[in-house]
Write a protein that binds this ligand. Structure first.
Ligand SMILES: [Zn+2]
Length: 234
């Protein structure tokens, strides 16, 4: 019975592979491979040898902001983590695992939080509508709104208000990165590591540097500046 159900599911999946959007992906891949090999016959031989990216990109899942394309970089140059509205949550094992691996194994030199104007996640967080499970994720952005409510409520235009929260959210996520023991221990160990906040303008394609680059935890409140001396007990 189980086997039959699985076979039925498999047959349905096979039918789905004939859909146009799916087939275009396969064709796109073949075209891309051909283009890369034409430009550099050893491209994939070299790519398969390993990676040593100097940048970790933490961006939004939005389909319009792919890390490599907007920065004109090639495969192998940017280690990427993306989630809805580029949020850094200190209990997110996925993000922490990516960050730890990037900082401590790959030894990246830059971690970039990249938001984008017109972010649907940020706009949703500014409303009081229910969207489903995602509401729990958007809570993180609602908390950023609460921190800056006075400034944001003074902006009349809805789009401008969303875009300002996009900036403030990216900045807050930079501070959240600085608060992690992963980043702070790297700094204590003298590692060459800086954390940056950017916003991509979808209307121009251009990146705006939010000027919150950090190379140390001095700007954080006392309780966030963790030291790495052992303690006997709490
Ligand atoms: Zn977004």
């Amino acid at each position: 019975m189980t086997t039959n159900n699985q076979n039925n599911g498999h047959a349905a999946a096979l039918a789905a592979t004939s859909s146009k959007s799916y087939q275009l992906l396969i064709k796109g891949n073949r075209d891309w491979v051909e283009k890369q090999i034409t430009a550099d016959a050893d491209f994939f031989t070299n790519l398969a040898k390993g990676q040593s990216p100097e940048v970790l990109w933490i961006g939004c899942s939005d389909s319009r902001v792919p890390a490599n394309e907007v920065t004109g970089t090639r495969p192998g140059e940017v280690f990427v983590h993306r989630n809805i509205a580029n949020v850094v949550v200190h209990s997110d094992m996925n993000l922490l695992s990516v960050l730890d691996y990037a900082v401590n194994v790959l030894k990246v030199k830059h971690v970039i939080v990249a938001g984008h104007y017109g972010c649907g996640g940020v706009a949703a967080a500014m409303s009081n509508k229910q969207f489903g499970l995602i509401d729990n994720w958007l809570r993180n952005i609602k908390d950023v709104y609460r921190l800056h409510a006075e400034e944001l409520d003074a902006i009349d235009d809805q789009n401008e208000r969303v875009n300002r929260l996009v900036e403030l959210n990216a900045m807050e996520q930079v501070y959240n990165l600085c608060k992690t023991t992963i980043v702070q221990n790297a700094w204590k160990n003298g590692q060459d590591l800086s954390v940056h906040g950017w916003v991509i303008d979808l209307k121009t394609g251009l990146i705006k540097d939010l000027q919150v680059s950090s190379v140390g935890a001095d700007h954080l409140g006392f309780v966030y500046q963790v030291n790495n001396e052992p303690v006997a007990a709490l």
